[in-house]
Design a protein around this ligand. Sequence first.
Ligand SMILES: C[S@@+](CC[C@H](N)C(=O)[O-])C[C@H]1O[C@@H](n2cnc3c(N)ncnc32)[C@H](O)[C@@H]1O
Length: 282
Amino acid sequence: MKNTYKKGNPTLIFTLAFIVPFVALVVIYFFTNRRPVELSTALMVVVLLMAIAIFWRNEKIIDRHRDIHEGGVKLVEHEYHQLETLVSLYTILNPRLPLPQTRYWAASPDVLEKLATLVLTKKPRCVVEAGSGISTLVTAYCLQKLGRGKVISFDHDPHYAGRNQKRLVDHGLEAFVEIIVAPVKEVEIEGETWKWYDHTKININQPIDLLFVDGPPRRTQKLARYPAVPLLKKHFSEDITILLDDGDRVEETTTAEMWANELNMKAEHVATEKGAYILEIG
Ligand SMILES: C[S@@+](CC[C@H](N)C(=O)[O-])C[C@H]1O[C@@H](n2cnc3c(N)ncnc32)[C@H](O)[C@@H]1O
């Protein structure tokens, strides 16, 4: 939360409010030969100006305190919501080991809860994911609960792919996952050069029912996540569902709109911590 409070000094203003008129009065009285009526008018004007200054200053201080209070309340509500969804996630998954850290580079609890709900309600047989991590673990736990299905997860980085693979083994979920180390490479889409995971060696031998897009990193190129749909759509099942994370970023909003146009689907914005889009048929 941005702290908008700046140190005010009401004591100084109050002191000035009384000293300035007093000094002005003394100066006018001793160094001019003004008549008493002019003196009292001058004094009243000075006092009025000081009163306005005090009122204005106090209003500013009250405004700042109100902003701090409202910002604090919003922050607490936001954090509470993340905790609530994390608790819900633990309850749904009942993991054998603690889950790794959420948020920042990893997905946030609220989008993970959305992902788990999609897996458990749509019951996909084939899930494809761009960008491995806690989302892979969550998807694999849900597939294990369903007793079938597989998540194929692309990761450009062997270090993170290896770490996530080990975690999946520790959780006893390796039967439901295939993490593919796929470096980002140039690829042609309708005559234009893009960059995306090198997926050419991957055998997607059944229709993709759910696609979760959380990579590659945005530094890869402009609209870094866009190629997922044009490159994978030939594998989509008839009732494909797509979940795109980081939907509050301009590039992801554009990506969701482009996908919706290309697939003739509706992109629904979901108000998660980082924003998300869900694209579904119908
Ligand atoms: C947005 S992250 C994917 C997060 C993943 N879906 C999850 O839920 O945890 C995209 C990529 O960043 C990389 N990555 C993961 N953790 C990272 C970290 N702490 N620092 C830098 N890169 C990271 C991984 O290679 C990952 O594929």
